[in-house]
Design a protein. Structure first.
Length: 221
């Protein structure tokens, strides 16, 4: 192959990649925060012991985890505008879809984290007069977050990789930036190779940092 990377320059980065990189990072952060918040609520519903809370949460979590993310993105982007009567745009569609989808995965992580805390700590909270919600807020959840932090961060890295799927609905993410640059410069093969290398470097570096953090947490314990 006659590969030519002579188009690499600051103009290439600033014109095509920065906007997409910003959106990918923003989508990752918003989906992570929203997913953890709603995922924690779903986890608490599943652990409540009340069927009217447990069953809907279980259906939602299992349903979302059984459907490919790209299908959820396309369904939301194509169907919701027909229901509400107006388009909401690919960016907002991506944000809402990712939060809703990732909540199902973060829910299972949080549920495992909560269950990893000895039940005796809840009973100890009751013994000193704490309600169930107070025990969860002050005793259980802080420990569960610490225990699950490496797994939560790993899921966030996977989420960042999945942001490339918004290309399917036309949102301008990092991958879309590489694709647009490749078409403009007439070098699509080089652009896709650079995209793969960029995702690899970013995700591998973040994974290495997560491993270091996991070792530190293990030492503290």
């Amino acid at each position: 192959m006659n590969l030519d990377f002579s188009f690499l320059s600051w103009a290439f980065v600033s014109s095509f990649l920065l906007q997409g990189f910003y959106f990918s990072v923003m989508l990752t952060v918003v989906a992570t925060v929203g997913g953890i918040i709603f995922g924690t609520l779903l986890a608490l519903m599943r652990l409540s012991g009340k069927k009217w809370l447990d069953v809907p949460a279980a259906i939602y979590v299992n349903g979302m985890r059984s459907i490919p993310l790209v299908m959820v993105i396309l369904w939301f982007f194509l169907l919701v505008p027909n229901i509400i009567g107006r388009p909401i745009g690919p960016e907002y569609s991506a944000i809402i879809t990712f939060v809703a989808f990732e909540a199902a995965y973060f829910s299972e992580i949080m549920r495992a984290g909560i269950q990893s805390i000895p039940r005796g700590q809840v009973n100890a909270g009751k013994a000193v007069g704490m309600t169930y919600s107070q025990s969860m807020k002050l005793v259980i959840l802080p420990q569960a977050f610490r225990n699950m932090l490496p797994v939560l961060l790993t899921q966030t890295i996977i989420l960042f990789q999945d942001t490339s799927l918004v290309y399917a609905i036309g949102a301008y993410d990092l991958f879309k930036g590489f694709d647009t640059a490749g078409k403009n410069y007439g070098r699509p093969e080089e652009a896709y190779l650079l995209a793969a290398a960029t995702y690899f470097v970013l995700c591998y570096s973040l994974s290495w940092l997560v491993k270091r953090l996991h070792k530190k947490i293990a030492i503290i314990r």
